[in-house]
Write a protein that binds this ligand. Structure first.
Ligand code: SF4
Ligand code: SF4
Ligand code: SF4
Ligand code: FES
Length: 965
């Protein structure tokens, strides 16, 4: 079993014990209080509860309604103590420590009272402990044992709740009301931790009970299935269905979620090699014990029947697959790639790394391309999401990454969220953000759509700047103009930290009246006064933090918008401390890592240009090959080159370009033009339907490695079970390199990380032992920062000055006209993830079975569209059809959809327009017409036919191998 390192005790401990509950939340204060508990002296920060102080001393006072991730409530009275000079027996969970306090936790009187309390609870609780799913993991059972309960004098015949019904409506957990002790931990978890407020205690006294929503079933309520209440419940009232079905775990392993860029840490509860539950890790530095429905529950895809576990090959996509041995598949690939290079030149092949794979795996794929393919034709999905972040932040702040920890938001006074929808795409961070808003921070949302954050329970945005899609730069410039115009600049910061010349040029540029809100509102659609008020709010904040997402980057001016955001932060001095900063919310789990590891065609690991001779020599010496100094092809260039007959072979690891990249028909054309496409994945994804070699991938549960989240936090991924296909993904790349005649000698991914660290200054100090010791590390981690760097740019911008950038607004070439009068923008939904290959193979499907087109009532009425109608969506690139949802979240003239289902063809309509600097596609702005239709689009009919044929080829996959090379 993998062990867990406790930095506090400097010892290896079982992860289950690392999750010990200290009763009430940690308090932070510079004032320390010394008190005496059971004759032992202890000093704790002011505000700490007596219960927590005792727990720190390993004195376990019985408790039921308290938990260290919730503010105390004081309802169960089990935690009573005796305090010298204080009347009665106060609840230790709600009693703060005082200097000189003398506390007794164990006296005969306390023991008697606690037994009485337990007796009352147990008299209304089923006595089915031996058959209860929580048997062995039940706080009520533990407390009954702990207080020495031996009899229940009140009997069980009185009025009780023993026949209350069980709500099984949620696919992942049950609510068995007969076992509820009404401690309200679930209610407080939903409020304090998750921020959804889906639960309440209804009624009083004996009648009081927990209800979801308006006394609805969980599935019909506002519940978002984050699991916080299940985790909080001290009984088996709220219980994972998997535990009900399979029983308690026998061991646990700490690992990292493989879904979004929050990078939550989880305790995988296991029975042998079977995962039976994922519980958010209390010590997880990104998530601090919280989770969302994807990481918490949607892990069943890893063992889905659709997993392909045998390598397969074929000569043409019009042939059935043939199952072969690993060696045969690798030799087949090597022969194809070498013969393509001999015939078409060394630049005729390349690879795409995966932002879902580990750092070590991604590093090896780019190494394969540079050292074995002998070119730089390597790119990654960041091309289509956050490549403008890499470019824009490097150009201004000198480092291609976010500046803060997620936790930093708890020190922000004003939070500006631009083009991001955290409650759906980064839910655990959204919960933290909402907690800060409930504490009084102010929120500005910049989004064409009314996202949930604009108006959540107990939080409301001060300003929602509902701009037109494609006008981010005009809006950001208008905010900057107000800051300059109204003398809201932080001149001291600018003088100390920023390049004078760049600032002067920017100042002259931005103060021009053409950027004034009064002169740009017709472009953005945002009233000038609203824009000015929002600008003032951000600029005047003590701590102003900016969070942004793909709504900023996926534009023809994505890089300009990122630089504009960095300008705002520098102009107001909101960089280099807690509570401020520029924070890109990364989409996939390891998109930051994939970029760090040198997945771009122009950059070696650590964002160093391939033309830099010193860096190249470093890698040449380590890899013992000569490296190409010319940047290679980006993904869109690979497609164009394939269509032009030059690019012929692609190794695509864990990325579904046929679904995720824009202008699907163009992508399909490119894929069909290639001679050898190698797909390494869990499933026959959309790209694999065009492949000639299928190499089975390993899920995050089947491998060791690391992921790097949006905070630059490197966290361990630990192997929970053997890979279903026999190899971890990094081993496949090593074997492919060998088949191509190049030896990569690693016995374990830790050795790959050692090589990365040796060759990459920002990773110099990273190694697995340190990761195990610290839990996670935020790069840079090196001699200057041996335990990593939570906040960037504290004293300088990576040894340099911050550089203001000129960001002139240039309208997107994508224009509405009478043929295409609406603007389509795209986004994600909570229950599904990216192309949906994983979440569509889980019960999350019930929340989002299909992508829909959201349309404003006016636009719908004009077109005679009613809810649920099939509508055709036509753009200059293509046509598809979806069912309509009519929603006032949209503004008139703008429609919206998600892209989680391949049949939707959302990317059939998106165009080839892209960011001027990085080629990141302009997914967020497509001019379309929407009309009622009665049948699917032609593309969809063709897609169904093609897919059926490819599934037929998969089902016919034959053994044994016949030599078809
Ligand atoms: S469901 Fe669980 S957490 Fe909620 S009140 Fe009942 S026993 Fe407490
Ligand atoms: S699962 Fe999450 S959202 Fe749903 S009721 Fe529980 S805490 Fe609230
Ligand atoms: S917030 Fe992201 S990383 Fe955390 S559990 Fe959800 S999907 Fe996983
Ligand atoms: S744990 Fe203190 S009153 Fe319940």
């Amino acid at each position: 079993m993998i062990q867990y390192f406790d930095p506090k005790t400097d010892s290896i401990i079982n992860p289950i014990h690392a999750q010990r509950d200290l009763g009430t939340p940690e308090k932070f204060s510079t004032t320390e209080i010394t008190l005496d508990i059971d004759g032992v002296s202890i000093t704790v920060p002011q505000g700490t509860s007596v219960l927590r102080a005792a727990a720190i001393l390993n004195i376990n006072i019985p408790k039921l309604c308290a938990s260290d991730n919730l503010e105390p409530f004081g309802s169960c009275r089990l935690c009573m103590v005796s305090i010298e000079g204080m009347r009665g027996m106060p609840a230790s969970c709600t009693t703060p420590v005082k200097a000189g306090m003398k506390v007794q936790t164990q006296t005969p009187a306390l023991a008697k009272l606690r037994r009485n309390v337990m007796e009352l609870y147990i008299s209304d609780h089923p006595l089915d402990c031996l058959t209860c799913p929580a048997n062995g993991d039940c706080e009520l059972q533990d407390m009954a044992g702990g207080v020495g309960l031996r009899e229940v004098r009140y009997g069980f015949s009185g009025e009780n709740h023993l026949d209350a019904s069980t709500d099984t409506s949620n696919p992942y957990f049950d609510f068995d009301a007969s076992k509820c002790i009404v401690c309200s931990r679930c209610v407080r978890a939903c409020e304090d931790v998750q921020g959804t407020f889906a639960l309440t205690i209804e009624g009083r006294g004996f009648e009081s009970k927990v209800v979801a929503g308006q006394n609805q079933s969980f599935i019909d309520s506002d519940c978002v299935s984050c699991g916080a209440c299940v985790q909080a419940c001290p009984t088996s009232t709220l219980m994972e269905k998997s535990i009900v079905e399979m029983g308690q775990p026998d061991h646990s392993v700490i690992t990292t979620c493989a879904y979004c860029g929050v990078g939550c840490s989880f305790k995988a509860d296991m029975q042998g090699e079977k995962v039976i539950r994922m519980v958010p890790d209390k010590n997880g530095q990104a998530n601090q014990g919280h989770s969302c429905v994807k990481g918490r529950f949607a892990f069943g895809y890893a063992n889905h029947k659709d997993r392909i576990t045998s390598p397969m090959i074929r000569n043409s996509i019009d042939e059935p697959w043939q199952k072969v041995s690993w060696q045969q598949a690798l030799d087949f690939t090597a022969n194809k790639f070498r013969s393509i290079q001999e015939q078409h030149g060394r630049n005729s092949i390349g690879a795409i790394t995966s932002s879902r794979c580990t750092n070590e795996e991604t590093y090896l794929v780019q190494k394969l391309v540079r050292a074995v393919f002998n070119n730089n034709n390597v790119d990654t999905c960041a091309r289509v999401c956050h490549s403008p972040t890499g470019y824009g932040l490097k150009a201004t702040l000198n480092e291609s990454s976010g500046t803060q920890t997620f936790q930093s938001v708890m020190a922000a006074d004003v939070i500006l969220v631009i083009g991001a929808n955290p409650t759906d795409a980064h839910p655990v961070f959204a919960s933290m953000l909402k907690r800060r808003l409930r504490q009084g921070a102010k929120l500005i949302v910049v989004d064409p759509r009314t996202i949930d954050l604009v108006n959540s329970p107990h939080t409301k945005a001060q300003h929602h700047l509902k701009l037109r899609p494609g006008t981010n730069v005009a809006l950001i410039n208008a905010i900057a103009h107000v800051i300059v115009d109204e003398a809201l600049l932080d001149n001291d910061f600018i003088t100390r930290r920023c390049n004078d010349l760049a600032f002067s040029k920017w100042f002259e540029h931005i103060k021009d009246a053409r950027h004034a809100p009064e002169n740009t509102w017709q472009i953005t659609g945002v009233p000038a006064q609203e824009m000015r008020a929002a600008a003032r709010l951000y600029a005047k904040a003590n701590n102003g933090a900016i969070y942004y997402g793909l709504g900023v980057t996926e534009h023809s001016q994505g890089s300009s918008a990122v630089m504009g955001i960095a300008n705002l932060a520098m102009a107001t001095g909101n960089i280099g401390r807690e509570g401020v900063g520029v924070n890109p919310l990364r989409g996939q789990n390891n998109v930051q890592g994939a970029c760090d590891m040198g997945s771009f065609p122009h950059e070696l690991p650590g964002y160093r240009h391939v033309s830099d001779t010193t860096t190249r020599h470093l890698f040449e010496n380590a890899w013992q090959v000569e490296l190409d100094h010319e940047p290679g092809l980006r993904i869109p260039n690979m497609f164009d080159s394939a269509i032009n007959g030059h690019f012929k072979g692609l190794y695509c690891q864990g990325e579904d370009i046929a679904q995720s990249d824009p202008n699907t028909q163009h992508v399909q054309q490119a894929l069909m033009a290639m001679e050898c496409i190698v797909v390494q994945d869990l499933f026959l994804n959309e790209t694999a339907k065009y492949a000639h070699v299928f190499l089975p991938g390993s899920s995050f549960m089947e491998k060791n490695g690391t992921f790097t989240n949006a905070e630059r936090r490197i966290s361990r991924v630990r192997k929970l079970m053997q890979p279903l296909a026999g190899k971890e993904d990094w081993q496949v790349t090593v074997a492919l390199a060998k088949a191509l005649g190049y030896e990569m000698n690693y016995a374990h991914p830790s050795e790959i990380m050692d090589e990365i660290a040796a060759l990459t200054p920002t990773f110099n100090g990273v190694n697995y032992a340190l990761l195990d010791k610290l839990g996670s590390i935020q790069w840079p981690c090196n001699e200057q920062a041996p335990e990593g760097t939570p906040v960037m740019h504290i004293s300088d911008f990576v040894g340099k000055q911050g550089k203001f950038a000129i960001t002139e607004y240039v309208a997107t070439p994508e224009k509405v006209n009478k043929h295409f009068p609406l603007l389509l923008t795209t986004g994600r939904i909570l229950s599904q993830y990216n192309v949906g290959a994983q979440t569509r193979r889980t019960d999350n499907q019930i929340w989002h079975e299909e992508d829909r087109l959201e349309i404003h009532p006016h636009d719908a009425e004009e077109r005679g569209i009613t809810p649920g109608d099939w509508v055709g969506i036509a753009s200059r690139a293509g046509t598809t059809a979806l069912r309509a949802t009519i929603s006032k979240r949209m503004q008139p003239g703008v429609v919206y959809t998600t892209f989680h289902h391949p049949l939707s063809g959302a990317n059939v309509v998106t165009t080839n327009n892209s960011d001027w600097a990085t080629n990141c596609p302009e997914y967020k702005v497509t001019a379309v017409q929407v009309t009622q239709v009665s049948e699917p689009a032609k593309w969809q009919a063709e897609y169904r036919e093609f897919t059926a044929r490819q599934h037929h080829f998969l089902n016919k996959a034959s053994e044994p191998f016949n030599d078809i090379s």
